[in-house]
Design a protein. Sequence first.
Length: 341
Amino acid sequence: MKNTDLIDRYLQAVQFWLPKNDKRDIIQELSEDLRSQIEEKEAMLGYELNEDEIAGFLKRRGRPILMASRYFPQEHLIGPTLFPVYKFVLRMAALCYFLPWILVWISLMIFDGSYRARHAGIQLFGDWGWFWLLVMFVFSAITTVFAVVERALAKDKFLEGWDPRDLPKLRQQRKPFSRTQNFVELFFNANFVVWWLAVGHYPHTFFGFASELFRPAAGLGAYYWPMLGVALVNIAQQITNAFRPQWTWLRPATLFATNGTLVVLFGFLLRIKPLVVLQEPYAHVDRYVKEAPIVNTVLFWTVFGIATGMLVACCVYGYQLLKLYRGRQRRPGAPVAVQIL
């Protein structure tokens, strides 16, 4: 039986959705079952099945996610077909937004005295009330979407209309992290840190020619040290990977954490309105008073765009980490190679 690539790719796709603790045993059993059925079919026909025939055989077994769902306990609101995907989406929502939000809030309460004063006492209930309201909204929205999709799929032929030849190719072992890329990133991060430190002492390096007109709004100073800390964490990762390029998990783990932290920092920062104010000599000049809202609008949407890009990057790195974790759970002897990243 030479045409085993489709079978291995099918098993790899099934394995991604399987329960973590039983993954190896289920895949081994499923692999033996599929191969024995194909061998019996070949023995009966007297020739080896070609790719099209194997694809037809796998297609009749069902999509990988449908095959994996048979090994999950039956759910009511979200059925076993979509339940693995549902759990995955909830986990990503928690990792990409809720956890960084909590960490940034704790940091602000510890290191920013003015923020702590404004949010002490009864205000704590307001902060956490808003947080749990957001958690419930996201949870309800995701659950509702999956419940609707679950019922729509029951009336559709989506799970039947697929081709095993469209499955992803088998993944290869990830190469050690590129030292060249690492040093380039280290160079730019080091330059950013030098520039950011200069901003703390010489604000005109941030505003440039407009430093005579504008200054940061009250409250922005609280974000200076957290952002410097994020840059230093990235530099620490790059220095570590320079000596340990085989630690392929370190870069996505660090970038997931730092991008998530920056997304939440920017979320808090965008609540400050305006972001910049006119210097005292120009605060009452009509011309500049009219231009200040335009400058603040541009700054707001610029920061919002950067935060959106970082949120997307955070989700990508979180997904890579999850797949790397799943790949490392496989013990030696499993029939399918699934080293991921």
